[in-house]
Design a protein around this ligand. Structure first.
Ligand code: SF4
Length: 620
């Protein structure tokens, strides 16, 4: 098996490749800069290397103008991300995370869309102590960011049966297998001393690691809460005769793209094939090795695995994978319809325990006025000793709840102003937003701060047309990088510039197709009016259980699901509206009423889909 291809050196490596090559296995001068109390930030190559340690340098963008006017520099602070395979935390780990947020960060905890934890607002002088305390609680930030395998996701429900246990174990094994071997992390953050007695090696990655990030998830057939098709590589557990038989393998997904670059795109992963139960870890490693050896190291905008597969072709990729694998890549196994389950509210974990899903809006665990989610969670975990599993929808599950405690836990949440999920409109319950302003350096528009108002306007609109309880995924990002997975949602807003968004429509909770660019460059106050004709018609003409994205696709007459979107396509709003006019004219040839006034009808054609999807897929 090829483990490393030394012959494929890039002709003109990118600046980040140079930083890695010269970084002495992720050390750079991070330790020296940490010791220098006269500076409040890192520079040059250290900024790149710091990401591999799980931290991004940021500055408060709200303060840039005023500080500049006062002749001051930027207000630097650091985002720290904690790696948690499958999002699983012990009570002790959660309580440590809660305490550290108050002592060293901005007093809030942010759950990411990839089952990790983020702190914001850590100042440089507190970086080392924050990292040390995270490690003391038996967690790490190593490889939370950077050109490596990132946090490995796993299906969230904490069922203790053999199938779910094996899924979680596989995620943990992949995380351990692809964790960087460098001792730099421990030297810098824990031991504080360089060990120089033996030559160090990074046996899998080599000194330049991967061309860019490598996102991996492990889920179970019928369960795609994590959007497995949006990652570089993923495993879908296949159950046969009530046992986990092996994994379908997907590769080449990814949702990041750039507004201004024609050759960037978001893409659904390819179906690669099926591997046996014991080969799941190896196939993810072998895919990473192809990526490591052939990925683009000159242009980081073309460096993700999806671009490599696009350039060389899927047949070449599968051949490479077969060559590197000492096991057989078998044909893909057909999958059942995907359930749309977010695991919020109360569920049986086993015969003695419950788990309880707590909705966390945009992943932000905080106290604000009468809403005291952070205090509620801390006190519940302290008093009832329950575990925590983070979900891919930025929420969390309280796990291992004893029968006697479930009522008291629900009351504790209610006493702290945390509504049960049954009282939330579906548009809020299934919404997600990335952090964007003021911390993310890539943001060109608001997201987390703007989303609550927009999503409540959307919920009010849906309520007015009788659809308050119909599941609908609304997602929002402050730039096209796709951190909140906008392009697989029913409706998404993607920031273009302050106050202006592209509207995407046509994905669904199943996460198995891309949305269309529905309307381009829409002012934030025009978002709901722009969507209103679509929402009205959906309410009138939807077939039973038909979601918005499915309705849109059916109206557009789509036979094949979209697998790729660039955001530079012609927007579809005019085509959609003329389809509506035509369809309503056909349904009511003598009517002079406009489309929005047409009565409920089921005249829209039901079209067959190829592959794993169905247009009339049920939402449950
Ligand atoms: Fe930042 Fe863009 Fe990601 Fe939002 S989507 S967090 S703005 S990089």
């Amino acid at each position: 098996m090829t483990d490393k291809n030394e012959n494929l050196k890039p002709a003109k490596p990118s600046k980040v490749e140079k930083a890695k090559t010269e970084g002495d296995l992720l050390r750079g001068t991070i330790d020296e800069v940490l010791r220098d109390e006269s500076v409040d930030k890192f520079e040059h190559d250290d900024l790149q290397l710091l990401k591999f340690h799980g931290s991004y340098q940021q500055d408060d963008r709200d303060l840039r103008k005023s500080r500049r006017a006062e002749g001051l520099g930027k207000a630097y602070s650091f985002m720290i991300r904690i790696v948690l395979p499958g999002g699983v935390m012990t009570p002790e780990q959660y309580l440590a995370v809660d305490r550290i947020a108050d002592e060293y960060a901005n007093g809030t905890i942010r759950i990411t869309t990839r089952q990790a934890i983020q702190y914001h607002g850590v100042i440089k002088g507190n970086l080392r102590e924050t990292m040390r305390q995270i490690n003391e609680a038996l967690m790490t930030t190593l490889a939370a960011c950077g050109d490596v395998c990132r946090n490995v996701m796993a299906t969230a429900p904490p069922f203790q049966d053999a199938i779910h246990t094996r899924i979680r174990e596989t995620a943990n094994e992949i995380a351990a297998d692809l964790r960087p071997a460098t001792r730099a992390y421990h030297e810098i953050w824990i031991d504080g001393e360089r060990i120089v007695d033996t030559k160090e090696d990074e046996p899998f990655y080599g000194e330049t690691y991967l061309p860019r990030k490598y996102k991996v998830g492990v889920t179970l057939m019928g369960d795609n809460q994590m959007d497995i098709y949006s990652y570089d590589a993923g495993l879908i557990g296949i159950v046969e005769d009530n046992e986990l038989a092996g994994f379908n393998v997907v590769a080449g997904g990814g949702l990041g793209m750039s507004h201004g670059r024609a050759n960037t795109f978001a893409q659904i992963a390819d179906q690669i094939g099926f591997v046996g139960l014991d080969d799941g870890v190896a196939v993810i490693r072998n895919i990473a090795s192809i990526y490591r050896d052939f990925g683009n190291r000159e242009n980081r905008k073309q460096a993700r695995l999806k671009y490599l597969i696009n350039e060389y072709g899927i047949d070449w990729f599968v051949e490479q994978l077969k060559e590197r694998s000492e096991f057989t890549i078998q044909p893909w196994k057909e999958l059942p319809e995907t359930r749309n389950e977010d695991w919020m509210g109360q569920h049986r974990q086993d015969s003695n325990h419950w788990f309880y899903g707590v909705f966390v809006e945009n992943g932000r665990v905080k106290d604000e006025g009468d809403f005291r989610l952070k205090t509620a969670l801390r006190s519940i975990i302290e008093d009832f000793n329950v575990g925590v599993t983070l979900t891919a929808q930025q929420s969390l599950l309280l796990t291992h709840i004893k029968d006697d405690d479930i009522a008291a836990i629900k009351k504790r949440l209610s006493d702290h102003g945390v509504k049960p999920v049954e009282q939330l409109p579906a548009a809020i319950r299934y919404s997600m937003a990335c952090p964007a302003m003021p911390t993310c350096g890539m943001a060109v528009a608001e997201s987390e701060r703007a989303s609550p108002e927009i999503v409540r306007d959307l919920a009010a609109k849906l309520d007015s047309i009788g659809l308050a309880d119909v599941p609908l995924t609304f997602r929002m990002t402050g730039c096209p990088n796709g951190c909140a997975r906008p392009y697989t949602a029913d409706v998404a807003l993607v920031g273009r510039r302050p106050g202006i968004y592209h509207i995407f429509v046509g994905g669904r909770l199943a996460g198995d197709r891309m949305a269309d660019l529905f309307a381009a460059d829409v002012a934030v106050e025009e978002v709901i009016p722009t969507l209103t004709p679509l929402l009205n018609q959906w309410s009138k003409d939807r077939s039973a259980d038909e979601g918005l994205g499915d309705f849109y696709q059916r109206t557009m007459g789509r036979r094949d699901p979209r697998r790729r979107v660039t955001g530079k396509e012609e927007s579809t709003i005019e085509q959609f509206n003329s389809q509506l006019v035509q369809l309503n004219a056909n349904a009511h040839p003598h009517s002079t009423s406009p489309p929005s006034a047409s009565p409920r009808t089921t005249v829209l054609p039901v079209l067959p889909m190829n592959g794993q999807q169905s247009l009339t897929g049920e939402r449950t």
